[in-house]
Design a protein around this ligand. Structure first.
Ligand SMILES: [Ca+2]
Ligand SMILES: [Ca+2]
Ligand SMILES: [Ca+2]
Length: 499
């Protein structure tokens, strides 16, 4: 029996009971504990032959890659990863099929993003797998997140919503968009995020909300709603996105809906929302970009593979998972490999620095925001520039079998996380929410603008520009509350253009 926990990173404003922070009602949205009694467990298995080896091999690989464009990098690394996967399966297929015939393993799902696969195993099956040549690691999958909740809208949009966003028609924007200086980017550089795809990995979406429906991604190879995997990628009807945990196209699972807030929508709107439904108020950082919803915390391999193959530029994860133990290694490897495929991974810092859910350092920041180099862990401030007490602090610690750096500096940067105007289910800006769930999407929006301005910038070049342009706040220099400082879109995009 194992207990599995997933906690999303939003502190809700003014809707349900909770601890009060500066007059803002605070509520942590999800703390599901699911128990599994069956003897069969879901595991993920690595073959020996991985693109990246232990510890520092990610940084070494970046050095080796030298001067390459992001698109060429993606093509090259994807080909390498897929070749490794093909080769290892060819070598191991016989033994795996034998275990399947004995009923010890079942439901094998291959992953190229790490050279390996997921499968369901009995206790004996796990032992038998470990005894095979060519297998290097087996992880129990966790958390096991099973979405549930009422259906909130259509599974897909039958027709495209035309974008109402036009620079000349803007009559206002909320304070957060202004503070992070997105409107200056739109006006001075004419950059609104065009050409970029931002994946929002979250829980709970309602797709027919106008400011979001206008910029939602559609997979050109897929016909929605016909129960056929038209593009042959293994996912039926993955038209706007996919729910990899439920193995279905429908993403309308408002599991962590609270009042009129829908978590995934709030995050998506900060990145790619156009005008609020009832006004000409510009509400998103990159209203010319596209966004795609995915769910899949129990199947991060599939979700990341899907994102890469759809051409994702940013991948925002506003959730936070404690106590993963060795399984952190797996997440880190998936996201390192994903970064080498040209994707920028972002996660809010978490809300565990104060109150009844506070955690000690170095576990205040959790997975995936605790992953160095491959994930930007983002903290936040409010309108007045101060850090709310809940905002999780670094450093973190890495002492797994695979990664043994000890203390690692986190968070990486700061955006906005306190009393942020957010969309309601009709797309009006009537909600107010706080939490680092919102800090990550501000960063995704900034990076979307940077990549729209200069699409071939590599993930580590983006990181380097952010570091150069961040304004130091808090303690002088890097600090464990704000990282390298507060990032603004204007300076970051300006530097991206000049790079
Ligand atoms: Ca498909
Ligand atoms: Ca289809
Ligand atoms: Ca500082």
């Amino acid at each position: 029996m194992r207990s599995l926990v997933l906690i999303a990173m939003l502190v809700w404003g003014g809707m349900e009971s909770g601890k009060s922070v500066g007059g803002n009602e605070v509520l942590f949205t999800m703390d599901d504990v699911l128990r599994i009694d069956s003897g069969v467990v879901r595991v993920v298995v690595w073959f020996d032959d991985q693109l990246l080896l232990e510890g520092g091999s990610f940084l070494k690989k970046i050095q080796e890659l030298g001067d390459v464009s992001r698109s060429a990098l993606r093509t090259r690394v994807m080909a390498q990863l897929k070749e490794k996967s093909k080769h290892s399966f060819r070598q191991n297929e016989g033994q795996l099929r034998a275990l399947e015939r004995r009923g010890q393993i079942q439901d094998i799902r291959r992953h190229w993003i790490i050279n390996g696969f997921s499968c369901s195993v009995t206790r004996e099956g796990k032992k038998a797998l470990l005894a095979l040549d060519g297998i290097s690691k087996i992880f129990d999958k966790q958390p096991l997140y099973l979405p549930r909740g009422e259906d909130m809208g259509p599974e897909f949009l039958k027709s495209r919503y035309a974008s109402r966003f036009e620079l000349e028609k803007i009559d206002s924007f909320p304070w957060n968009i202004e503070k992070i200086r997105a409107p200056e980017v739109w006006r001075e550089f004419g950059i609104t995020g065009k050409g970029t795809l931002n994946v929002v990995h979250d829980s709970g979406f309602k797709l027919d909300v106008p400011p979001l429906a206008e910029t939602i991604y559609t997979n050109a190879g897929e016909i929605p709603g016909n129960d056929i995997d038209d593009d042959g990628n293994g996912y039926v009807d993955d038209y706007h996105g996919y729910n990899f945990d439920a193995a279905q196209a429908n993403l309308n699972e408002p599991t962590i809906r609270r009042g009129t807030n829908i978590h995934g929508n709030l995050c998506a709107a900060i990145i790619a929302g156009t005008f609020a439904t009832d006004s000409q108020q510009a509400i998103g950082m990159a209203p010319g970009s596209l966004w795609a919803p995915v769910m899949g915390s129990s199947n991060i391999e599939q979700a990341v593979e899907w994102a890469i193959e759809q051409g994702a530029d940013t991948y925002s994860m506003s959730f936070s998972q404690p106590n993963l133990g060795e399984y952190r290694t797996h997440w880190r490897k998936v996201l390192e490999h994903g970064t080498l495929c040209g994707v920028l991974f972002i996660s809010g810092a978490g809300n565990f620095a104060a109150g009844s859910r506070s955690a000690r350092i170095p576990v205040q920041m959790r997975n995936p925001e605790d992953i160095p180099h491959a994930v930007l862990g983002v903290a936040g401030i409010g309108k007045d520039g101060t850090r709310p007490a809940f905002s999780s602090q670094g450093p973190v610690e890495w002492m797994t079998d695979h990664y043994q750096e000890g203390k690692v500096d986190k968070p990486d940067f700061t955006t906005i996380n306190y009393e942020v105007p957010c969309v309601d289910p009709e797309g009006r800006l009537t909600n107010m929410a706080s939490g680092n769930s919102l800090a990550g999407p501000h960063m995704a929006g900034i990076i979307s603008l940077m990549l729209s301005a200069n699409p071939e910038l590599l993930p580590w070049e983006i990181r380097s520009i952010l570091r150069q342009t961040a304004r130091d706040i808090g303690e002088k220099g890097f600090d464990y509350q704000s990282g390298h400082g507060f990032v603004n879109a204007y300076d970051a995009v300006k530097a991206a253009i000049a790079w």
